[in-house]
Ligand binder design. Sequence first.
Ligand SMILES: [Cu+2]
Length: 386
Amino acid sequence: MDGVPDVTAPSVAPGTLFDYQFIAPDPGTYWFHPHVGVQLDTGLIGALIVEDPNEPLRYDDDVTLVFDDWLDGVTSTPDQALANLSENGMDMGSMGDMDMSSMEPTAEGMGVSRRQPLGEDTGDVTYPLHLVNGRPAADPFVVKARPGQRLRLRLINAGSDTAYEFSVGGHQLSVVASDGFPVEPVAVDSLVLGMGERFDVLVEAGDGAFPVVAVPLGKPGEPAFAVLRAGSGETPKPARSQRGGRLLQYRDLVPEESVRMSKRQPDRTLTMDLTMEDGGRAWLINGKRFPDHEPLDLRPGERVRLEFINRTMMFHPMHVHGHTFGLVGYGAAPGVPGLRKDTVNVLPMQRLTADFDADNPGQWLTHCHNAYHGELGMMTVLSYVR
Ligand SMILES: [Cu+2]
């Protein structure tokens, strides 16, 4: 019951009901959305929080913040935005349409910096609004707390074409989970969320009112904005500055012992070659444009290695259904799977390796979580039966 039309089940027809049943084996911060066209970009999304009956973290309040890029009914519709990309491709002159065929991707990727941590061209859809929990900056969501209280903020990027840099004015963030899975706490000033990614952070509320900001990377306009109100003080105004200071990197994050993967030689390596064609009208995995694809076959019980090779100048937040992988060499020794994630930003011209155990037989979509890249073809299927 994965809900991917034409892969695991038909879509839920208008006016009909369908009850999804599933087991929630892993506590943490998740979310759900349709896989029908670009419906994801119409606000048909929800947070799915699986609470841990033996929660080891201590905090006074638990707040979910969902970031979303919004155009529907304001400047156009997601279907129009998709039709525009499909007909006209990406903006000419952007880095994204450079021909990279003569260059080899590397472990570090290309064209990223502190100010542009995912590269220059992060998306090709322009959004008039960026929302926190469905609210624009002009009428912001308010997180209420008392000074000194410890908050667990569950951050979800539900955007379709926008990565955000998140920070809370005057506060440090203690990162405690990535895509639902716990990590050893790391103190940072800000962090980047690609589409589909989640991070949980602990924040100790100061005395006053503080801006909660998610800057849309590489895009103009007001940020997604909320207010942390703890004590008195003037309500801050939305300001578009990235905070500076320490920005979270994947390599900072060490998975908690309970979710560390064992050291094991992979039984199988599957390559995911990520390319772009026709000026951004088509996005491909292994040269194929979904639904034209070749399922990647594996066997139950295998340790599978995924090699993401990004041959484009855009980042791709690659998401694997049904599994949480370990990023090889990140938060672990070289060659060993470390940081657990189900969605990983593969940087422009980067080569990234992720291992997972084939412990959940089925047909599992694997795709770029840029909803437009996905619809323009950047999807494939991992396939295995019991
Ligand atoms: Cu993509």
